[in-house]
Structures are given as structure tokens and as C-alpha cells.
Design a protein around this ligand. Structure first.
Ligand code: MF3
Ligand code: CO
Ligand code: CO
Length: 308
């Protein structure tokens, strides 16, 4: 057994009792607030009442008119993410961030895409420390030294814009800072691999190569996805090299790239809430996401406030 003051087995360099991978430091499910409501005037996606999206064929190559709407949704998503991020501080609960983000979608005339999507109960995902993705906002106050991902998706003008980023809370240890920076670089390298005529597998190769060079692992269970009038279309974009992924990128395609990178294993477990995905070994993970458009010359990031 590890004694409280021994260095942690995980190599973080911290005392075991303080290390995020010691059992007493691991995250636990919190309590949820009642489901938030959306004003009548806001146009809802088909699943808003039933919880089940209706699958329908949707062209992979978007029309100029849809692309224009996706630019607006992407820009709005980026603004909402920035507003949510500004609220991050020690002592703030993830539910308080949910409330801010929920209102920010509505202020822009949008619907929170995640709300009742396959029954998901909240308006964004908040994934803390060892949570890989799909963390549900609850009554846990953020703690100094946490890392937290905010994943924001807006349904605006009939289309979705999906983006996320990971932030430090207060003073964060050097290992976690490095994880966040390498993951940010993984997304940038994945985006740089978007070139019309090239296979989708180029994206995963660029991401995986960078993660492995830093002795990190890529989470394989969750992938990027086609997006448009539907939140998730059939197109899948792995964040690791998958040579069978021979589909070719074409001008006009819109999809997300959203690498999840782990300090330890990329294997995951799902909590009893059926949503929260955590690393199997409790190590911290980070994620960044953009919605991108393949252009004639390369790529346009739709979910950013600076155009281009
Ligand atoms: N925004 C997430 C993604 O990047 C999906 C969240 S779906 C939810 O694909 F139901 F978990 F909210
Ligand atoms: Co996504
Ligand atoms: Co997302």
C-alpha cells in the first residue's frame, strides 16, 4: 500500500495523498438540478421532445446556403464557449456554468443541442480531470488545480455548431498544463491535415503521432463526426491512424475533429449515469474540438471567433 506522503505510483511527482490518481482524489457523481427550459420562440431539433434523433440521409457535401448557416452557428458556438470559459474559477459549480451557457445559446436564438439529445439532461458537457467526455454538469464546485473541458453545441438556423476546449482551474500542476498544450497541438495538427483529395486517415495519423511522441495515449472509443442539420451524421473521424479509413476529404464537407488525449491509458469506463466516460486508470485527459469545412485549398475552422 502507498503511504500518504510517498510519491504517487503514477509518476506525477506528487505525494500520493494529493495525487489526482489516488482513489480519494477521483471524481464522483454529483447531484443534478432540474432540466432547464427553452423559450417557445426558439426552433428545436427533432429530438427535443422525444430524446431520439430521427436518422435521415444528409449530403456529406454541403450546399453554399447550408455552409453559410453553419458559419453562423459555428461562430455562435465559439462565442458561447468563451462565455462559459470566463465563468471557470475555483468554487464555481459545473451546474452554474451550465446555467450561463444555457442562457447564452438562447440569447443568440439557438437551442442547446445536447439538451435531451438521446436523453442527455444538460446544455453542455463539463468533463473534469479523468473524465474523457460527456461529463454532466452537477453541484460539484471546481477545485483549484482541476482541469475542465467545456463542450458546447448550438442548434441555430437549422444546423449545429460543435466546439470544446480544456481549461485549468486556478493553479494547475506542470504535468496537466503540458497535457493541455499537447492536446491543443493535436487538434491543430489534425486540422492542418485537412486537404481535399486526401484520405480521412491523415487526420488521425497526425494526431496519434504527436500524442505518442509525448508518451500520451489517444482515446479510441470516441471519434470526430460529420455534422450539419443533424448533430452526428454517419461520417466518423478517428483520432488514431486507421488505414481502413479510406474515405477521401472533399470540398464542402463539414465535420468535427475532437481528439481526447490521456496521460495514462486511453481505455475508458462509463459511469452508472450511462454518460460520463472516465479513463480506466483514473489518469487525467484533455480534449479540444472544432467544426471544420473542407475548402478548395484546405480548411476553414467554423467554430472560431476570428474568421479563417
Ligand atoms: N458535443 C459532443 C460531441 O462533440 C456530443 C455531446 S452529446 C451529449 O460530439 F449528449 F453527450 F451531450
Ligand atoms: Co463533436
Ligand atoms: Co462537442
Amino acid at each position: 500500500m502507498f503511504k500518504a506522503n510517498d510519491p504517487c505510483w503514477c509518476g506525477s511527482g506528487q505525494k500520493y495523498k494529493r495525487c489526482h490518481r489516488s482513489p480519494e482524489q477521483q471524481l464522483r457523481p454529483g447531484a443534478l438540478s432540474p432540466m432547464r427550459t427553452v423559450p417557445e420562440g426558439i426552433v428545436r431539433p427533432d429530438y427535443a421532445e422525444t430524446g431520439e434523433p430521427i436518422r435521415r440521409p444528409e449530403p456529406r457535401i454541403k450546399s453554399p446556403e447550408i455552409i453559410e448557416r453553419m458559419r453562423r452557428a459555428g461562430f455562435a458556438a465559439a462565442e458561447v464557449l468563451e462565455l462559459g470559459a470566463a465563468a471557470i474559477a475555483p468554487g464555481v459549480t459545473t451546474d452554474e456554468i451550465d446555467a450561463i451557457v444555457h442562457q447564452a445559446y438562447i440569447d443568440r436564438g439557438g437551442y442547446p443541442s445536447t439538451l435531451n439529445y438521446r436523453g442527455y439532461p444538460k446544455s453542455l458537457c463539463t468533463s473534469v480531470n479523468e473524465v474523457i467526455c460527456h461529463g454532466i454538469p452537477d453541484d460539484r464546485p471546481l477545485v483549484d488545480g482541476d482541469i475542465v473541458n467545456l463542450d458546447v453545441t448550438i442548434f441555430l438556423d437549422g444546423v449545429h455548431g460543435d466546439t470544446n476546449a480544456t481549461y485549468g482551474v486556478g493553479n494547475v500542476d506542470e504535468h496537466s498544463k503540458r497535457l493541455i498544450e499537447v492536446t491543443r497541438q493535436c487538434l491543430a495538427l489534425g486540422i492542418a491535415a485537412v486537404v481535399p483529395g486526401r484520405p480521412f486517415s491523415d487526420i488521425g495519423r497526425a494526431i496519434e503521432t504527436h500524442a505518442l511522441a509525448h508518451k500520451y495515449d489517444v482515446v479510441r472509443a470516441f471519434v470526430g463526426h460529420g455534422i450539419g442539420e443533424q448533430f452526428h451524421t454517419d461520417l466518423q473521424i478517428p483520432h488514431y491512424f486507421e488505414p481502413r479509413m479510406d474515405v477521401v476529404m472533399e470540398t464542402g464537407m463539414v465535420f468535427t475533429i475532437e481528439p481526447m488525449i490521456s496521460m495514462g491509458t486511453g481505455q475508458h469506463r462509463i459511469w452508472d449515469d450511462d454518460w460520463t466516460a472516465v479513463t480506466a486508470d483514473g489518469s487525467r485527459t484533455a480534449q479540444f474540438e472544432h467544426t471544420v469545412l473542407v475548402t478548395e485549398t484546405g480548411v476553414e475552422i467554423l467554430t472560431q471567433i476570428q474568421p479563417g
